[in-house]
Ligand binder design. Structure first.
Ligand code: SF4
Length: 322
């Protein structure tokens, strides 16, 4: 069977969502970080003016939704101004933060209409959580999740599974006890520090929808089909127009290559892998590495949902694990 794919090139107007991947700086040093961010990371070569201009271009192109991410986006020197601009442009804006530190000014920003939060959580137990983040972050992150709920700020949390014996169910119960209602689940993605033994990036580890209705802008202005596919740079907004890049042949070829690779893999029953664990109420679509189980043998609750893109899937976007 030949995979069916849409004609090339894609229409820039189809891109509805942008990840603004502001920085590689982060207070934490998670051992699975998909883009290898950490305390030594930098903010890249995008200037304040370039980011603001990008937001204006995005709004003109009809993009109505952005996510500010990194690294820790609130550590970017122009984070506040960028968030303010996105809100002023009427964009739905999600801030994907580790919630280790939130200033009073940022709490006020987060409370505005159109702004929401996303974060990652690993365990109800501080020791297990901190072992994965590389810093004693659990207490602060947990307290700030609770505060966000108290303040009525929309927040979703993704439980990132990095260890087979991780207290996933307990982490979920803990989040629910804090009042979080939007809770996702995902395995560590094999990119950046999440890759085992420095394995090179593999197209088939992407969700397959990258670049169709979303794209990412990196700290140096590089445009990629998503935040995971950082090696697939299709242009740079420091030297080119956003709409031209999104509708150009390079973007179309990258998107097609991802789609073909993922579809080819999914057509092979032996590679249609089950998640490492079966979690009630979850519909993970991301093929796990081990153990591989044919899709037909999975119980219904574990069937991958091909209509969604994990991890941390929210309504119509593929969001990264953190
Ligand atoms: S996964 Fe997220 S919180 Fe952890 S180091 Fe990377 S950017 Fe920071």
């Amino acid at each position: 069977m030949t995979p069916t794919t849409r004609p090339l090139p894609i229409d820039a107007a189809e891109v509805e969502f942008l990840w603004l991947d502001l920085t590689r700086k982060c207070q934490l040093a998670c051992d699975h970080c998909y883009n290898a961010s950490g305390p030594e990371g930098g903010h890249g070569r995008m200037s304040r003016e370039a980011w603001l201009d990008l937001l204006d271009q995005a709004a003109t192109a009809g993009i109505r939704s952005v996510q500010l991410i990194g690294g820790e986006p609130t550590m970017h020197p122009h984070f506040a101004e960028l968030l303010d601009r996105a809100v002023a442009l009427g964009m739905e804006t999600e801030v994907f933060s580790n919630l280790v530190h939130v200033s009073d000014a940022n709490w006020a920003r987060f409370r505005r209409t159109g702004v929401s939060l996303a974060t990652s959580y690993y365990s109800d137990q501080a020791g297990e959580h901190n072992a994965l983040t590389g810093r004693p972050s659990h207490r602060r992150t947990r307290a700030n999740i609770a505060r966000a709920v108290e303040l009525g700020i929309p927040i979703r949390a993704g439980i990132i599974v990095g260890r087979d014996d991780q207290r996933v169910a307990e982490a979920r119960a803990d989040l629910e006890s804090l009042g979080v209602t939007r809770i996702g689940l995902d395995d560590v993605r094999p990119f950046g520090r999440g890759a085992e033994h420095g394995q090179p990036p593999d197209l088939t580890n992407l969700c397959g929808r990258c670049g169709t209705d979303a794209a990412a802008i990196g700290p140096n202005g590089e445009v990629t089909p998503c935040v995971f596919s950082t090696w697939m740079q299709v242009g740079n907004v420091r030297s080119g127009d956003l709409s031209t890049i999104l509708s150009g042949p390079t973007m179309a070829r990258a998107t097609e290559a991802i789609r073909q690779a993922v579809q080819s893999k999914n057509l092979k029953p032996e590679l249609k892998c089950a998640p490492k664990k079966c979690y009630p109420d979850q519909t993970p679509c991301f093929p796990a590495r081990t153990p591989c189980t044919p899709k037909r043998e999975l119980p219904p609750a574990c069937q991958p949902d091909d209509g969604e893109c994990e991890p941390g899937y929210t309504s119509n976007h593929c969001n990264p694990r953190r």
